[in-house]
Design a protein around this ligand. Sequence first.
Ligand code: NDP
Length: 446
Amino acid sequence: MKKIIESFITEVGQRNTHEPEFMQAVREVAENVIPYIVTQDIYHGKNILMRMAEPERVVMFRVPWIDDTGEIQVNRGYRIEMNSAIGPYKGGLRFHESVNLSILKFLAFEQVFKNALTTLPMGGGKGGADFNPKGKSDGEVMRFCQSFMTELFRHIGPNRDIPAGDIGVGGREIGYMFGQYKRLKNEFTGVLTGKGISWGGSLIRPEATGYGAVYFAENMLQTRGDSFKNKEVVISGSGNVAQYAAEKCIQLGAKVLTLSDSSGYIYDPEGIDAEKLAFVMDLKNRTRGRISAYVNAYPKASFHKGKRPWEVPCAIALPCATQNELDESDAKTLTSNGCFCVSEGANMPSTPKAIKVFHAHKVLYAPGKASNAGGVAVSGLEMAQNSLRYNWTREEVDTRLQAIMKDIHESCIKYGTEKGHINYEKGANIAGFVKVADAMLAQGVV
Ligand code: NDP
């Protein structure tokens, strides 16, 4: 089996040199899915996983824009249209200086499996630019978004490819891009999700990824007759996903100890309550400040410059910042401090060696493609509401979100149950694969 997997990885690797993140994501899936394929006659000789590892289309383009000093700047924009077997391409846009082809291909590949798990009819895609919105004025961000959309608009559409937000792309950026799309096409359609409530957005969309990661963890905890009540929780990040993961933990009676950003983490031994979280939301979303400012407002908390929060003892860890932010030694520290549940809000935050540590310690470990699928699931519900030209209430959307997270959890159990342990990574990969592979088989070699 090892030989078959390695020869597959070598072949994909030869076509994708210098793409470490993409190869990391492909390897993780291959290690779970190839042993399954071998047992299923219908997939033999169809080269399905190889076809899934090749994007249907990659668009790469120049994004010129003018900064506040009148200088012309150039960035690179991308859209990876990975797989449309079960629906139009769907996945976020990331604006961050680290964005490159490897990172977006890994995200698009993960998105295919994630979207399949949601049970909604969405294919997988991802895009973005190596543009850093931090420190830019609103005018600069608007001019960048308009230039980005001036190329992207010809590749997307409500039945073709429906982007959303991701790191660096929140309500402000979606608004500027939607406005430019509408202007260019002279059409008001659900071409982007994450829109404002008054112009086609869905209630609960901003909350969905963070809430969903917590709902998924709740499902995992229930398999051991446990819950969030009185649990100490460590969260990384302080952006969209982290904020709403924290909010849901607080609502469920847990004590949130940390939040972070790329400069370090804050630790509040008394817990980040609803009022302190409101301060963080204002700091990050309105004044666009740094998390270190938390300790000025709440002096009993401490700021740990340049460090990640995994050294803080906890029962539950929610990595909600970025890929590969939790490595083997972090995983060992977490487990030796008693952490027994990890639900990923971010995409691929745990390194492969960290995941091995979690499996070895029988941690309730949920990979992002299962546990952070709530965001894209509610994006799918936003698309449905746009098509209906109707808005569901907060309660209706939240109920649907909870049901979808429960369904994903059950799919993971179906394919991931091992002796005395549920391997959610294996379960998510196989369940996502089966849905997409069956559609690809039905549609022939396209
Ligand atoms: P935001 O831009 O709102 O927040 C990102 C957070 O992560 C910030 O606190 C940021 O800190 C921190 N961060 C980014 N890069 C690094 C880094 N290299 N090291 C340490 N911290 C870092 O993004 P989101 O909250 O939307 O996304 C977070 C994660 O969740 C990503 O992996 C994303 O792909 C994933 N995700 C998001 C979904 C969504 O609906 N938004 C859906 C599914 C997954 P700083 O400000 O210093 O950069």
